[in-house]
Design a protein around this ligand. Structure first.
Ligand SMILES: [Zn+2]
Length: 152
């Protein structure tokens, strides 16, 4: 499998990607990407909240969701369903695994190139009758080891 850049596209790289897909670098698209770079993994609600907190761009959750979905369809973002049934978008599209906190429904990237390589090698030798392998998706399921102290 081809190795991709191990980082999310910065704002300049994002503008180049938009141009490549004939999409205008609108303030709304740029605001979404800026929020995604900060959040890493986020639902449309979380991105909208982050943009509204900034207060520079006016945007609805529906518009944010449309932008995120469009970017995911183009492969600029990845997306995944969390166990609380929310669509989370991921700014990192290179192959990596996730640490999924089932209490707070948050994702954290885990970079384990050696493990990924081993799985890729294993998959290269495997055949599943009637199917072609597109990739794999690995997530470590966890919960916080201690209760968060209450901040008042
Ligand atoms: Zn990720």
């Amino acid at each position: 499998m081809a190795t991709q850049a191990q980082h999310a596209p910065d704002m300049e790289e994002f503008k180049i990607l938009l141009r490549k897909f004939n999409l205008k670098a609108t303030n709304q698209r740029l605001a979404v990407h800026e929020a995604m770079l900060r959040l890493g993994h986020a639902s449309a609600d979380m991105v909208t909240e982050a943009i509204r907190t900034d207060g520079t761009v006016k945007i609805t959750v529906a518009t944010v969701y449309n932008i995120l979905s469009q970017l995911a369809a183009l492969g600029i973002y990845n997306h995944r369903m969390s166990s609380n049934n929310k669509m989370y978008f991921d700014v990192n599209t290179f192959q990596h695994l996730h640490l999924y906190d089932t209490v707070n429904n948050t994702y954290r990237d885990v970079i384990a190139d050696d493990l990924m390589e081993e799985i890729n090698d294993w998959l290269c030798k495997k055949k599943f009758k009637g199917y072609k392998i597109d990739g794999f998706d690995l997530q470590i399921i966890c919960h916080p080891s201690r209760m968060r102290s209450k901040i008042s």
